[in-house]
Design a protein around this ligand. Structure first.
Ligand code: ADP
Ligand code: MG
Length: 369
């Protein structure tokens, strides 16, 4: 197993990149700790597969180095790096049986037959295919074939890392949860360094201890699910994570006040003067409604009942603001005002979060989660 260091990495698919926009991966310095399970989360096209393929050795970066435990492997191929990788779509040997497919990486390395048989049994039970070991892979559904691919990725115990690139895309929805649980169990048992690529926040947040969020070829935040929820460092993390995501409103910030289209909002801290595009961000969980003469006046657009709570979608100065409110709370149709819990407001300048100089508000008990 290995700690993986990405040192001054960048990648362009163009032979002669001109500007920043020609880079699929922009400047990247990052350490993946030995034995940790990471999710790599981001929208389609942000560079996740590019990054994964650079780590596995399928792709040589245009710039920078990759170190495994301080050894430079930038020029090494996947086999030399001793990495298992599972792709979005199944890669199986059709003419082999399910069992032979699972055993392949072990037999290839001339492992003891008794050990191979034991491992194959164990992995087959993890992917729910113990009864199919003798069957030829040909003719199996895409779903079954992908489970074999997953199994083959997990069968070796001696790999430096296991990389998964959106591995559950073709898997039946009810099996997804089951397989994710199995991957987690495997991680707990063997402690491999794992990187799991997904564009699905639920998958990322349930699989990993640490989530690396990518946006437009850059890592914008590395954090636990709680950190990504509580203090998004970039507006992308704010609105990509959460359901619905964070509300972002243009503002002028001065001291502990924000002015949004002429209306004052109290912040949870004092801020230095700032220039650039300033926005305040508040998650819908920390928005409440009031009939008093305070907060932002909004127009109610829609109320969605989603079981344990309701989502109020309202409009302020042409922008949608969402609130998550307790089930059964009456919502007047007349113009209402929205209040934000001050200590839950983040301030962003040109999309990056700025910390307050001084914190003036602490979490209040009124906040409804
Ligand atoms: P993701 O996996 O997050 O969807 P990718 O890493 O596949 O993103 O792609 C990142 C960017 O690089 C995209 O703009 C994509 O079009 C481009 N790209 C990916 N693969 C190639 C390639 N082989 N040649 C040229 N451009 C590519
Ligand atoms: Mg991809």
């Amino acid at each position: 197993m290995a700690k993986i260091t990405l040192d001054n990495l960048a990648h362009s698919y163009f032979p002669e990149p001109k500007g920043e926009e020609d880079y699929a991966l922009k400047q990247l310095d990052h350490v993946w700790n030995d034995g940790e399970a990471y999710a790599l989360l981001g929208a389609s096209g942000c560079g996740k597969s590019t990054l994964l393929n650079i780590i596995s050795g399928l792709l040589v970066p245009s710039r920078g180095r990759i170190l495994f435990n301080d050894k430079d492997v930038t020029e090494q191929d996947t086999v030399a790096r001793n990495i298992a990788q599972v792709f979005q779509f199944p890669v199986v040997y059709d003419t082999m049986t399910v069992g032979a497919n699972l055993a392949f990486p072990l037999r290839n390395r001339r492992m003891e037959p008794a050990y191979v048989a034991r491992r194959v049994q164990k992995i087959a039970s993890m992917i729910g295919m113990e009864d199919m070991l003798e069957r030829k892979a040909r003719g199996l559904t895409a779903d079954a074939k992908q489970k074999i691919s997953l199994g083959r990725g997990m069968v070796r115990e001696d790999v430096n890392a296991i990389l998964f690139d959106e591995p559950l895309t073709v898997i039946d929805p009810h099996m997804k949860w089951e397989l994710r649980t199995q991957l987690k169990a495997l991680h707990n048992e063997f402690g491999h360094t794992m990187i799991y690529v997904t564009h699905d926040q639920t998958e990322a947040l349930t699989f990993a201890d640490k989530v690396v969020v990518m946006h437009d070829g850059k890592v914008v935040q590395l954090g636990t699910p709680e950190e990504l929820f509580d203090t998004p460092e970039h507006t992308f993390v704010g609105y990509f994570i959460g359901s619905p995501g964070m509300n972002l409103i243009d503002a002028d910030v001065s001291g502990d006040k924000a002015i949004c289209a002429g209306h004052e909002v109290t912040l949870g801290g004092r801020y230095k003067p700032m220039s650039g595009r300033v926005q305040i961000g508040i998650r819908p969980e920390f928005v409440s409604i009031t009939s008093q003469d305070q907060g932002l006046p909004v127009t109610v657009k829609r109320v969605e009942d989603v079981g344990r709570h309701q989502i109020l979608r309202a409009e302020f100065e042409g922008r949608q603001i969402n609130a998550i409110l307790p089930e059964g709370l009456p919502i007047p149709a007349a113009p209402i005002r929205m209040k934000f819990a001050p200590e839950r407001i983040s301030v962003y300048v040109n999309d990056w979060r700025v910390a307050p100089d001084e914190v003036t508000a602490t979490p209040s008990k009124e906040v409804v989660l």
